[in-house]
Design a protein around this ligand. Sequence first.
Ligand SMILES: C[S@@+](CC[C@H](N)C(=O)[O-])C[C@H]1O[C@@H](n2cnc3c(N)ncnc32)[C@H](O)[C@@H]1O
Length: 277
Amino acid sequence: MLILDNTQLAIIKERLYKYSGIFLNDSKLTMIKNRIYRLMQETRIDNIDSLLSSIESNLKIQQQFINSFTTNKTDFFREYFHFEDMIDRCLPALFKLNKPIKIYCCASSTGQEPYSIAMSVLYAKKLYGSSTPVSIIATDIDTDMLQKSAEGIYTIDFKIDKFPDWFDINEYFEPIEDKTSSVPLFKVKDKLKSMIAFKQLNLFDKHYPFMHEEFDILFCRNVLIYFKQEDQPKVLSKLIDTLCINGTFYLGHSETLYDLQEKFKKLGNKTFIKIKA
Ligand SMILES: C[S@@+](CC[C@H](N)C(=O)[O-])C[C@H]1O[C@@H](n2cnc3c(N)ncnc32)[C@H](O)[C@@H]1O
């Protein structure tokens, strides 16, 4: 097992926080050692002090360092009640306004969340006979995750993965032949891909490349939990600024809006409507 002294450990935690806002507490020692060990293999730098100085001076290695510390757990239709609310309440009301709809999904990981949003939108358009244009922007800090999302290739196992009743795999995916894979692989169809723009964005950036009140729907789920409590409202207020009045905000199940909740009407299930700028 890799040996890290207290100074090296403190540098790793401080750098990760500086670059990404991700905060690791002292209980994460084994995880830190494992991830640094893997990064040393990946970068072929076998001396910890050389690795730490490369992380600061070499942007590619810095990005690999960030990528190696993100937690990317996600699923198709995770916390399904948000997709259900979008289909039953939010989208039909937006379709009636007859103007293009813009959705922002931050911290989109390997892409299952924005693709679930796109599938729900296509299903709702069919259900309500709408031809309203809908676009989705999906961002993450992790470049490996963005690449996987853009490829759009997934294993789907109906025994493990949960899908809504209306989900029809042939409608949204095509099977791909891969003799090297022991599990069936599926590629998302172009009609889903063409709805989504994947971009890199660090939620700690001072300014986001979006306009004030640009989006009708905002998904921010299961990412704030990796940040310090005192940083969460700062990130949230930049995100909320991008959501229009009457826009819907879907938040992760263990996350909170802090004082910013006074800008929202609460619908339950971590679903909020923005009522104040
Ligand atoms: C657990 S995943 C959540 C995925 C998805 N939102 C969901 O709920 O299934 C957390 C994601 O947050 C991303 N992340 C962590 N820090 C970030 C930051 N500072 N800016 C943008 N994304 C970040 C990670 O790369 C990771 O993909």
